[in-house]
Ligand binder design. Structure first.
Ligand SMILES: CC(C)(COP(=O)(O)OP(=O)(O)OC[C@H]1O[C@@H](n2cnc3c(N)ncnc32)[C@H](O)[C@@H]1OP(=O)(O)O)[C@@H](O)C(=O)NCCC(=O)NCCS
Length: 154
């Protein structure tokens, strides 16, 4: 259930949101992205993106999701919801936007990797309907964490 006044954006999610994406990324992850990666996501036409923004406050971001289309899969590369706005259904809403986008493009599945110790995110994805398909040892080069690869089939 969403209590915050917000709306979903996609096309409008451009480089002008860089500071807000960086803020949420820094607060959400032990190993946030480099600035150039955020810039690429916000400027590349190949990256699919959605964000939940405040309905009236300009550039006030509550959460975002980025994905890369592959042949039949849509690869989710980053999902984060501002810590003050979690457990209000925003993460689910952002994933549903990706799911709907991919269904409309005749896609068949969503795929992602998550750190095996990120239990909060794993619970979220399992609740959404993802299944764990494999464990990938030392997938993350920053600290050698294992990843779980998860799949959501339509
Ligand atoms: C994972 C994340 C995106 C979830 O966003 P959210 O907006 O809080 O998720 P929702 O409110 O839609 O939660 C849906 C369900 O997921 C599960 N869930 C979400 N957060 C959870 C938590 N902290 N602990 C246990 N289950 C959780 C619950 O079943 C929840 O339903 P409920 O609130 O009715 O019990 C958010 O916690 C986040 O940004 N975390 C930091 C960044 C991160 O780890 N991203 C994923 C990297 S792969």
């Amino acid at each position: 259930m969403v209590f915050v006044k917000m709306k979903l954006i996609s096309e409008e999610l451009d480089i002008s949101y860089f500071d807000e994406i960086k803020r949420i990324d820094l607060n959400s992850f032990e190993f946030p992205w480099e600035e150039k990666t955020i810039r690429t996501c916000l400027t590349s036409q190949y990256i699919i993106k959605f964000a939940a923004v405040h309905e009236t406050k300009s550039k006030s971001l509550h959460g975002f999701v980025f994905a890369i289309p592959e042949v039949e899969k849509l690869h989710i590369v980053k999902l984060a919801v501002d810590s003050s706005q979690q457990r209000k259904g925003l993460g689910t809403m952002l994933m549903k936007a990706m799911e709907e986008f991919w269904r409309n493009n005749f896609g068949k599945e969503l795929v992602l990797e998550v750190r095996s110790k990120n239990l909060k995110a794993i619970k979220f994805y399992l609740k959404y309907g993802f299944k764990i398909i494999e464990r990938i040892p030392q997938f993350y080069s920053d600290n050698n964490d294992d990843a779980l690869r998860m799949l959501f089939l339509f």
